[in-house]
Design a protein around this ligand. Sequence first.
Ligand code: DGN
Length: 256
Amino acid sequence: MTIGIFDSGVGGLTVFKSIAENFPEMDLFYLGDTARVPYGNKSPSTVKRYSEECASFLIANFNVDALVIACNTASSYAIDFLREKFGIPVVGVVAPGSYQAVKTSINKKIGIIGTNGTVKSRSYYNAIKRINGDIDVYQKACPLFVPLVEEGRIHHEITDMVIKEYVGILHSKGIDTLILGCTHYPLLKKRIKSLFPSLNIVDSAEAILKDIENLNIPFKENGKREIFVTDDACSFEKFAQQILGETKISEVNIEK
Ligand code: DGN
């Protein structure tokens, strides 16, 4: 039994890592759409089309039993569409992250950071309000975080300044809980925590694990792991190493 995981690029390897560590026996196939990254500023219809092509690749080549959308932007726009289209279980990051935040917030003021696309979609906002309409929800798009992480500027004063600017806006609203609503932000978690130590930080890459367990897919021993990208595997190997250590990535063409 196998799980296909996809993301707009290699940031979703934070989700892959969390699943691989917690379900060592699962067969995992990962696809990062590096030819068309970022999804964060694309329109909903484009994100749906790209997501469909990623899902088709994983289903056609590995006959996956379930899909995990590691990308927050694609989870925001394409999850219902993919469930309907392919008829297999599809797990995204938005619902698990939202539940975790509602469960752990004490003062019922929650902040969300994500790409422009995720924030515009209001996916986390709506998911939280559906769970508990009394919660105050504040969002902030943080488009500078993805390039800073991809440029390896995690421990850098520029990144600290940007964190203070973005997260400071939400912090001043009195939030006690912050959802990291983008694949790249778990890499900034320690920096955010050190600048805003009182915040309860919800990492969607971890919150998703319960939903995967609930799929009740029988495991094999020694699960296979394969990672594919749609462009320039060599340059992405370096970034992937920040997340997974030594990593082999193969290149594929998925466009119809
Ligand atoms: N994977 C995207 C997300 O989680 O929203 C971030 C990278 C991007 O496409 N901008």
